[in-house]
Structure formats: C-alpha cells, structure tokens
Design a protein around this ligand. Structure first.
Ligand code: SR1
Ligand code: MG
Length: 423
C-alpha cells in the first residue's frame, strides 16, 4: 500500500519534486485536505502569494467505509483522462502537471477560485452556457479519442491501455444492479418505498440490462466516466469557444478516475441525471406541500425553467460541436453523413436511459448527494418521488427518444401536476 500523504508531508513532497515545486513558493506553502469524494485524498497547497496547486492521491479504500478496499491504480485512469482532456477539449479541464506512479498521485492546477457546480446549484445559482460547454467537452473528448478522428489501431491501443475494471465494477454494481434488487447498500426515504419496490420489476430490469450491456460492450471513446455536477467546476470568464468577447460561465471537468473506453452516451446521461436531481430539489423548495409540487401560482419558477432547459442546452452543445468536428475531418470515409446521423440519434437515446439510471441510484442506492440530502425530511420525500417517477419513465421510454426536448417532456410529464414548465 502506498504511504498516504497528510497536510504536513505533502508540502515536503512538493519541495522534493522540482517539476511541481516550480508552480509555488514551497517555503511559504501550506496544505489543506479538501477532498469530498469517495476514493481520493485531495490537498490544496497554497503559498503566501496565493499561488497554488492540487495534489490528488488515491485512497486504497472508500473514504466513508475503510473495509471497502479499492484499487490504487485508478490514478492511472485519472492521469490518462487529464492528459486526453488537456489535448482535446481546449481548456475545459485543469492543467495537468504530472503523475507520480509510485506514490499514486497526480498534481494539477489549483482551481480553488472556481465553484464546484453542484455546490453552486444547490445554493441556487443560474449559469446559462455552462451546460453547453459540458456538452462541448463531451463532444471533443469523444471525437478526439474515437474512430471518428483516429486510425483503428491507434484507438484499439488506447482502449487497451485504458482498461479500468475495478472502477467499472463499482459503476456496474452501484448504477446497474443494486438499486433493482434488495441490497445492503440501498437506502431511501420511507415515504418513497412504494416507488422503490415497484422498480424491482422484470420489465424495468430488462431496460436496465440494455443500458448495462451497452456500458460493458461499447468501447467507442475515452469517457470521463463520472460526469456529474460534483465533477465540474464553473466560473464566469471569457470563453475561447464563443464567437464574441463577452464573459460567460465556463466549466472545467475534473475527477477522471472512472474513465475508460465506453459509450459516449454514458457521460451525457450521467450529466442529465444530475440535472434531474437539481430540478427535483428546486421543485421541492418551491412547494408548500406534496400536492403543490409544480404549482406555479404565486411562485417564481424562473430558475426551474432554466434548470429544465439544461437537457437541450447540453445536448445542443454536444451535437453542434460533434458535427462541426466530424464535418472538418473524418478518419474513415465510409462514415457517411447518414451514419453520423444514426450514431448521434443512438447516443441520444442511450443518454436518456443513463439519465434515468443515474437518477434512481442517487436517490435509493449507495451514493446519495447533497441535492436531496440537504433538504428537510418532507421535501426530501417530495423530491425523491419526483426523481424516481421521472427516472423510471426515462428507463421505460429511452428507446423512443428522438430529441433532447423529448427528454425534457418525459421529465415534465412525470411532475405530479398539470402545472408544468412554460419555458
Ligand atoms: C465508491 S464510489 C461511489 C460513487 O462515487 C463516485 O463519484 C462515483 O459516482 C461512484 O459511483
Ligand atoms: Mg469523483
């Protein structure tokens, strides 16, 4: 087992590594462990002038359950993801300063003046344009690492080097299995038990099986692998991808340790599933009781209307950017326009399914999130019911989805009132 760093030893470690020490003044540097994820220690190291860097070291166990042992090799997936994102996504990830294979750590740019998107959303932020950039991020990573831009042997070699079976297994279990069976990891609000038990149904399990099989077998591009809103930073700044000079929210994707060659739809679907959590939280906060979920009279639904528009914004960012890249260059001339159209349509359908799977596992599985957990007990039940109802509908209907507007419609139709979004 690799020796774990602490707030004191991490500064000594940096001092002994000139390639990292060049980014800060180690003589005045102080470190703080700021990790809130399950699988890593994250140290923010800052000097007296405010210059900083981040050291991320893999834990050999799950932070909240030390009896759950996890491979320390996920740091290699982290490094691969950071390198690929740096190469292909045009500044939509932190700068990567290096990997120490023996100490199982990476050193990256300090982004402490950015906000974690989930924290910002849970505090009520509105960030128009951020979802579009996440869609662009997915498009660029997908294009840059796949057969659409690279030679087959090149892709196959990269895919072989990117296997990440232990972390894939966590996703297989937590997303595609445990929520649909009795399992000690599961937990939910008693007020949602009827919806949870109804998920243990052979037809619904068959829908989940289709998504899991795609996840297991379709190694088409390097994925982020865990693209939820806690894996994204957001800040307002000039966007080098935009046509004009105005400032707009920008994103940076981080936490690449779940990366592997898989279906591009998975990254988009995880993102969408987390939009659903933010929407359910907002609905619960706006309501006075379960019967007024979604009732607009006397309430300001402007922020909800923005949140519900994010499926389309993210998809538009993805599709527009992907079509632009493929339009500039395709590695294989037999990838006709009609083939590209079909690939995009298929990606959309599976993304809708993955959104449902993510919504369900975040509500009743092992890895709950602050979006619902920080609500008062009543509102947590209302929000859980919204997420479970909408997620179930997405699982049942993902194969009929033909546009991101369909995803939005399926979610809106699941809100238990006739008073829905008018955006
Ligand atoms: C044991 S890891 C649990 C969850 O946290 C990560 O962020 C992934 O979403 C994973 O499923
Ligand atoms: Mg993470």
């Amino acid at each position: 087992m690799t020796e774990l760093l602490n707030n004191e030893t991490v500064v000594d470690y940096i001092a002994q590594h000139p390639e990292f020490a060049e980014h800060i003044d180690v003589a005045t540097a102080k470190a703080k462990e700021i990790g809130d994820g399950n699988l890593n220690l994250v140290f923010l190291v800052k000097d007296a002038d405010g210059r900083g860097l981040v050291v991320k070291q893999t834990l050999p166990y799950v932070r909240s359950d030390h009896s759950w042992k996890v491979t320390e090799d996920s740091i290699f997936a982290e490094a691969r993801g950071l390198e690929a994102a740096d190469k292909y996504t045009n500044g939509l990830s932190p700068k990567f300063y290096g990997l120490d294979r023996d100490r199982r750590l990476v050193v990256i740019e300090d982004l402490s003046d950015w906000a974690q998107w989930r924290e910002a959303l849970d505090e009520g932020s509105v960030n128009p344009g951020a979802a579009r950039d996440v869609g662009r991020f997915v498009a660029r990573l997908a294009y840059g690492t796949s057969y659409f831009s690279r030679e087959p042997q090149d892709v196959q070699k990269a895919a072989a080097e990117s296997i990440n079976p232990e972390l894939e297994q966590i996703t297989e279990d937590l997303i595609f299995e445990e929520p649909y069976y009795e399992h000690e990891h599961n937990g939910w609000e008693p007020g949602a038990t009827d919806l949870v038990l109804a998920l243990r149904d052979e037809e619904l399990r068959t829908q989940v099986a289709k998504l899991k099989y795609e996840f297991l077998t379709n190694g088409e591009a390097l994925l982020h692998g865990d693209l939820h809103s806690s894996s994204l930073f957001v800040r307002s700044e000039k966007n080098p991808l935009a046509d004009d000079d105005t400032e707009s929210p920008r994103i940076k994707a981080y936490d690449f340790e779940f990366g592997f060659y898989g279906p591009v739809a998975f990254d988009l679907g995880i993102l969408w599933g987390n939009f659903l959590l933010a929407q359910a939280r907002e609905l619960a906060l706006l309501a006075d009781g379960p019967e007024t979920i979604g009732v607009r009279e006397g309430k300001d639904f402007a922020r909800f209307d923005w949140l519900i528009s994010l499926y389309e914004e993210a998809w538009d960012g993805f599709e527009t950017e992907f079509r632009r890249l493929v339009g500039e260059h395709k590695a294989d001339k037999i990838f006709t326009d009609a083939f590209v159209d079909g690939w995009i349509a298929r990606t959309l359908r599976f993304a809708a399914g993955y959104a449902g799977a993510e919504g369900i596992r975040r509500t009743i599985g092992w890895a709950h999130l602050p979006d619902l957990e920080t609500l008062d007990p009543d509102r947590k039940v209302w929000a859980s019911r919204v997420v479970l109802t909408a997620s179930r509908a997405l699982l049942e209907r993902f194969e009929e989805v033909g546009s991101a507007a369909d995803v939005r419609r399926i979610v809106e139709e699941s809100i238990p009132t006739s008073q829905r979004s008018q955006a």
